[in-house]
Design a protein around this ligand. Sequence first.
Ligand code: NDP
Length: 454
Amino acid sequence: MVMESINPATGEVLEVFEELTDQQLETALEASREGFSAWSATTFSQRRKVLQAAAALLRQNTGEYAELISREMGKPVKEARGEVEKCAWACDYYAEQGERFLASEPIDTDASRSYVRYAPLGPVLAVMPWNFPFWQVFRAAAPTLMAGNAMLLKHASNVPACAAAIEGILAEAGLPRGTFQNLAIGSGRVEAVINDPRVRAVTLTGSEAAGRKVAATAGAAIKKTVLELGGSDPFLVLEDADLDEAARVAATARTINSGQSCIAAKRFIVADRVADDFLERFRAHLEELRLGNPAEPETHIGPQARHDLRDTLHRQVRDSVKAGADLLMGGEMPPGKGYYYPVTLLDGVTEGMPVADEETFGPVAPVFRVPDDEAAVALANRSRYGLGGAVWSADRERAEAVGQRLEVGCVFVNGMVKSDPRLPFGGIKASGYGRELGQQGIREFTNVQSVWIG
Ligand code: NDP
């Protein structure tokens, strides 16, 4: 079996990668056990140096990695640069904070001394997606490695070159052999890796379907999982919101990464009284965005990462229009090579339409009109997902109170939902469970060990 690296801007095959043989996979699993044994014995200051070296390499070669990301999954190169820089930030952040986050905590009991320590767990399997092919991996790897674990990466099959590059960076940064390995395998072989006794836990970022499958396998094997499964984030515009600012940020929040982000705003829930004014501004901002070659610095929106994903998106738009949504912009598949999809704006969207009920992973913005805050919150919460949500109002306290009623893992007031190494990140409901980033993130893959000394 082979994996193809395909340029989504042209459909051209850039490179072909061989999948690991069963023997190579076995060798990697054994190396992971040995890597864990060496790495878990290091001090925090040794780990800190390796993560800082990885951050330095990412910063030195930002342009090269950004071009690789852009070529392989179609992200505008300007955004890819930001992605690489953010990976360096996460490495530095955990290098600096990891020791403090994992410091043992004394607890008063009947013992002469008792405490809780956060010990490494073992090799962790990371099943990762293509949409932020560097960031998703570093977001998982920086804390997991800082905690003393080893990691096995099963990256998405359409980004094999990014996967190989990440392995190279972490090896060059000085990780012991086997501590971080890229497993070039298809998803059909993940079950066997999860069941391998040398693998102790699994983190997955991806679709709900993949999350269910992986979590079921890990559950049967009694292995911990963290799942980050995307969402359908509501973006609430209350009637007293600064409409200019809300519309400007809404356009970015929907179209970042050509719309392929788990925390993109995916449902625009707007107070009736201001809906026309908001829509006019939102549309004007969306019309300014330039769709085109991701290698060009002026491009805002590149192609979708795979043709099948673009087909799904178009089906969601078409079926929603058939069901009564008003198509205000876009919605037509452009001719020619490359998996491009235009920025699409839909008004009059109601529940039951695919763009309302399903995750839309592309530059498609559905607008819902609601009479008041109550209706906005109720609609926002009638989603199977619960990742993030944004609320816009001139009255911060009111927006905060509305935000706290959202059934989501991350609430942003007068801003767009974004990940930040300092804040835990993750969702509830079908968006998954567990947290990445922050202190909570680094503790997910540790053995919380109670020690009692008589
Ligand atoms: P997938 O969930 O299929 O892919 C994500 C990762 O999971 C890949 O490494 C994939 O491997 C792996 N995977 C898929 N199925 C299984 C399985 N049964 N067992 C083990 N591993 C598996 O996402 P897609 O790329 O197909 O995208 C589909 C949709 O998922 C998107 O349109 C979007 O809605 C959502 N998504 C959400 C993301 C997020 O950030 N939360 C990221 C990506 C997608 P392989 O590539 O080899 O199949």
